[in-house]
Design a protein around this ligand. Structure first.
Ligand SMILES: [Zn+2]
Length: 318
């Protein structure tokens, strides 16, 4: 009996001790919860640069950019909201460049430095993968103006196009053929041929990226400004068709001259770029990722680091 009594006292003592332990654990959990809550609140009020970096990280992991692009296309400009930090409305860039070219103060001039890296004439199996590796390492996104003929060359080039989208970059249309003589015979803009070539490029891209893919971004081989100067009437007719189809053409206002004059070494490309970007608040930067442009890839890390140091943020165009 006494033994039993002392046994029950001992168990009562034990259960009291257990209750105390439970209380302690509950208090501990509450404290940890409070600390976590405070930490989240503080990280919400991070600097814009940190938020930007975070957005870029989540961008490359959390969703399929080709779907975002398709959504934005079907719902119009307002749909571009989630990626607002690093996606620019192509119509904005188009208008900005047009106003700048006319010597006007562009509507979007607001003191914020933005760099739009763009690569034309690819993909190539030699240079494009190098450029993608560098962009990954530097955690910045770019816009690739794809030539359909190059994209459809073989399984490797098609996979590179998929990789571009998967890694969060944007794709623009640079026509299927990129053939000046065909698109601009006798230095005149052939509206029907240009539009057919743009649609053919789209078909190639859809066959690689899926039927949901679409892009509003166009860059003319040789540049819109060149052909507007040579054939103002032809270009005006083409502009009308583009407008109807909600296409937006963008040229550039900065270049590294990797497709002009004699081939240059990386250091010369960086120098050309630094001269060209001077004073540009919104910098639409033209580079090339086609065959033979290895020096462009070599120059790219320095170009990106220069832009970062100068306080530019990076955006893609859609
Ligand atoms: Zn080109």
């Amino acid at each position: 009996m006494e033994k039993g009594y002392s046994h029950s006292r001992a168990s009562e003592h034990r259960s009291r001790r257990n209750r105390r332990r439970l209380m302690l654990v509950a208090i501990l959990l509450f404290v940890v919860g409070c600390i976590t809550f405070i930490t989240i609140k503080v990280s919400d009020s991070k600097s814009p640069a940190q938020t930007q970096e975070l957005a870029q990280k989540t961008d490359s992991v959390a969703h399929d950019p080709s779907k975002v692009q398709a959504n934005a296309d079907s719902k119009g400009k307002a749909a571009i909201s989630k990626d607002e930090t690093d996606v620019e409305d192509g119509a904005f860039v188009e208008k900005y460049l047009n106003q700048q070219m006319l010597g006007q103060l562009p509507d979007g001039a607001n003191g914020k430095k933005v760099a739009y890296l763009s690569f034309d004439d690819g993909p190539s199996v030699t240079v494009t993968p190098q450029i993608l590796d560098i962009l990954n390492k530097q955690k910045v996104k770019a816009t690739f103006f794809i030539v359909g003929k190059e994209a459809n060359e073989n399984e490797h080039t098609r996979n590179i196009v998929k990789r571009i989208v998967k890694e969060g970059h944007a794709i623009g249309n640079h026509t299927y053929s990129h053939n000046y003589k065909y698109l601009y015979p006798h230095r005149k803009v052939n509206v029907d041929r240009v539009m057919q070539d743009i649609e053919r490029d789209n078909q190639v891209l859809k066959s690689i990226l899926g039927p949901d893919f679409s892009t509003r971004m166009i860059r003319f081989p040789g540049g819109h400004m060149t052909w507007k100067r040579r054939d103002p009437q032809g270009m005006a007719a083409l502009d009308k068709v583009l407008l109807q189809k909600d296409y937006h053409q963008v040229d550039w206002n900065v270049l590294n001259k990797d497709a002009e004059g004699k081939p240059k070494k990386a250091a010369a490309l960086v120098n050309q770029f630094i001269k060209s970007v001077k004073g540009r608040e919104k910098a639409v930067i033209l580079m090339h990722d086609t065959y033979g442009k290895e020096e462009t890839a070599k120059a790219l890390p320095q170009i990106i680091e220069y832009l970062k140091k100068q306080g530019y943020e990076f955006k893609i165009m859609k």
